[in-house]
Design a protein around this ligand. Structure first.
Ligand SMILES: Cc1ncc(COP(=O)(O)O)c(C=O)c1O
Length: 308
């Protein structure tokens, strides 16, 4: 999935992508000192508009998480949202798009540290249709790699260097011939997917690991919790054990890139009937309606950008 951006917001301006380069001397390259967001924009062809999903919530998460690495976002909420809209309009993507703000340590210095180290913000936008098979479903393994602990590299921070952990697990899955991996915590509890949160359905109840299970506090996860409550589905946030994955009626992954993806097989065992289940499908339909601007109750989740 190659990035096809023609422009980037870099050093305070939108520039051609060829001018948006950081040095090999920078702390972000040498020590993985950055954090990022992933935001989706859904293309509405009949209106010539992109709907950016929960843009302000993503900006707020980046600002909050910045404290972990002692980084301040250099733009206000409104200014950052305006730069995103400008970039989207400039790229002229007539399809779904992915927006990547990256807050990174720019200093050229030997030795990793987070304090007294300047940071900068870059943003790029690229076309992104489907990231995984949200229709047929995902085949997964439980990774032999453990999710990095909060007191090692906090997964809640969406920290660039922490994604080595996701990359190891994703490659383990791909090389084993399946689509994705599920990570356990050091204590052996279910954490999340490589770039997604995880839900189970057992006896009609929705279950998801708590925010203390080494997860990113996903915005799609939060969206699903809201949609499920509105649909009258009981939701429990609790510790999930590995074998529950094998006996669950349904399992699905959630994330900005992933959207809502049914998991149909885990460790060579069919999940439920081995096909996407009814609760997953119901929530995926509600989600799709919301992100395409079809939910009057949640109209504020979508920021409209005119593409022309
Ligand atoms: C590790 C990890 N967990 C969960 C998620 C899902 O979070 P969100 O729904 O905010 O995209 C992501 C994707 O951004 C992720 O990278």
């Amino acid at each position: 999935m190659l990035i096809e951006s023609r422009y980037a917001f870099f050093r305070g301006e939108i520039r051609p992508i060829e001018e948006a380069n950081v040095s090999i001397l920078s702390a972000v390259v040498n020590y993985g000192l950055a954090m990022f967001e992933g935001i989706r924009a859904y293309w509405i062809p009949e209106r010539g508009e992109a709907l950016v999903f929960r843009l302000h919530d993503h900006i707020d998460r980046l600002r909050r998480n910045g404290r972990i690495l002692m980084m301040d976002l250099p733009l206000s909420r409104e200014d950052l949202a305006a730069r995103v809209a400008e970039l989207l309009a400039k790229e002229q993507i007539r399809g779904d798009a992915y927006i990547r703000p990256l807050l990174y340590k720019a200093a050229h210095e030997i030795g990793p540290r987070v304090h007294d180290s300047p940071c900068d913000l870059a943003i790029f936008v690229t076309p992104l249709a489907r990231y995984v098979d949200t229709v047929g479903g995902v085949r997964a393994i439980v990774s032999s790699w453990r999710r990095t602990a909060d007191n090692a590299i906090p997964p809640r921070g969406k920290i660039t260097g922490g994604y080595v952990n996701a990359a190891l697990a994703k490659s383990e899955a791909a090389l084993a011939g399946v689509d994705d991996a599920i990570l356990l915590t050091e204590a052996g509890a279910v954490s999340e997917g490589t770039v997604s949160n995880l839900f189970l359905v057992r006896g009609g109840r929705l279950i998801t690991p708590p925010v203390t299970a080494g997860i990113l506090e996903g915005i799609t996860r939060q969206t699903v919790l809201t949609l499920a409550a509105e649909a009258g589905i009981e939701v429990v946030e609790r510790v999930v054990e590995r074998s529950e994955l094998y006996v669950a009626d349904e399992v699905f992954l959630t994330g900005t890139a992933t959207e809502i993806a049914p998991v149909v097989e885990i460790d060579r065992r069919a999940v439920g009937g081995g096909v996407p289940g009814p609760v997953t499908q119901r929530l995926a339909n509600e989600f799709s309606r919301a992100v395409h601007g079809g939910s009057t109750r949640h109209a504020d989740w979508c920021t409209v950008v005119r593409i022309g």
